[in-house]
Ligand binder design. Sequence first.
Ligand code: ASP
Length: 453
Amino acid sequence: MSKEKKMSLTVKVLLGMALGIITGLIINLAGLNEPGSFINVYIVNGLFHVVGKMFVNALKMLVVPLVFFSLICGVCGIGNIKMLGRVGGKAFALYMLTTAVAIATAIAIAAFFNIGHGMNQVTDATFAGKESPPLTQVLIDIIPNNPIAAMADGNMLQIIFFAILVGISMLMVGRKAKGFIAGAEVANEIMMKMVNIIMAVAPYAVFALIAKAVANLGLGLLTSLAGYVGVLVGSLMFHLFITLMVVLWVFSRLSPKMFLKKIRNVQVFAFSTASSNATIPVTMRTVTDRMGVDNSVASFTVPFGATINMDGTAIMQGVATVFIANVYNVDLGITGYLTVILMSVLASIGTAGVPGVGLIMLSMVFTQVGLPVEGIGLVLGVDRLMDMIRTAVNVSGDATVSCIVAKSEKKLDVDVYYDPDAGVLTTDEAIKLDENVEREVAELVKQVKSKED
Ligand code: ASP
């Protein structure tokens, strides 16, 4: 086997990311990205844009069928239906707890550094707020009035609800549903194979996505908002490396070092797509194949987390609130900040993990505490980059809670978790087709056809 073939996909994806950052920086700093220039039109908004978008679409394409089939299999394979309630309860509690801790620490750090203080040039800030759904509607909307529409819209909570109900009903039907259960198992396996195929092109797509994002970045803006960006990134890193890892260790005794090593791949996908939802297939594959979480837990905790768990987004809201309150000289007081914490946690339940949704949640929080919504315009310019970083933190939280819940339910294979090579994929393996199997299947098709004739 040649050296190139042996290189794992994770390493290639990391290389793609590094090269993407370098290429993007060169384009940006050399001023090659002027609107209308060759590089701008054909490379950044041409090649990079097309390759990146195609890849994100491919990931999104997998999300709905993957969640649906794996969840059916998860429910059927759970062995004890009571466990489902426990898994749901534990996951929900941990997701809410980590999000609340995330935003509380973020507010404390931002207040400590007093960011935005004395910065009064706010006149040109503009941002039109959008409505986020009220909690009552979020609750009502958990139940789809049309499951096909839910799938078409990619409404995760509705899909989760329907899939669980299908799984439970299949169990109730029992023997007669055997064929359907086996079919769902095969469908799930097929979907996981598709994840592998798409992972094979990830290094190039990650390169394109990141090169485009960095090339388009307003680097000047980064320095003018250095206080905001610095405190935000610092708080995100604090949450990822300290809070989440302490939570992982305390609740499961699993090694944070191993976790951080294995989660890297997922983080790069989240970073380049800025979408927890689009990252679901990769998160699912990593927590099951690389970390040993049983599908019966992961099929629920991962899509559930992608929707309701947004630690990184909550951190951004905490830091942005302190920043803008200081810029506008508004004293929110302790009650104001408690409201911010509560609102952010609640807002994260009803909003999907897609790019930029954090800003919508922020406008809801601002309205609630009486901060000017147009102030969000101040941080808009750096939000894409911040979105990429906070999404990586969001998915890390999803995986952390999945491991904790699985371990507590004895649904985590500790040997797989501690095996550094478990589930490692190379490009070759990702797209491997066995010639014998191909021939076998062709033979099968022929037989079926001859019977039909
Ligand atoms: N992009 C984030 C996610 O998908 C949400 C946000 O912070 O805007 O998790």
